[in-house]
Design a protein. Sequence first.
Length: 162
Amino acid sequence: MKLNATVFGASLLCVAGLAGAAGGSDSPGTPGSWSAGKAEDPAVKTAKGAIATGDYASAQLSLKVALASDPGNADLHNLYAYSIRKGANPDMPLVFKHYSEALRIDPKHRGAHEYIGEAYLMTGNLAKAREHLAALDKICFFGCEEYDMLKKAVAAYEARPK
């Protein structure tokens, strides 16, 4: 059976769209990927609102509450680490601890791979950032925003004057 190119292209777009809906990256104002159909915790909603306004300290407090009741949630660990990293005077060991926990729980968590890669760039560890870029390259079969964003961050880091 011969497949029409238009039908084939539309099918690919459908599959790519479904892949993105299953846990795609969010804009910088709403970091972290969430599973489709998953009800958002009120503490997370509060935290995302705080992050959107740059109030990372409030976001951290909301996420601590959420993590206390759901410590096995990779999304919460990812969002908590993000709020620490973006806040004033980030505690980088704590940032790495929570991104690593998110990846231990969900090794294919695209948001955690992107953000830990960015955290490694903040600490000057280009090799580790590239490892997470390579992981995203494997995870994102049709490409994804997380891969694109980390790739841009790595390129900007490499282009910086030494």
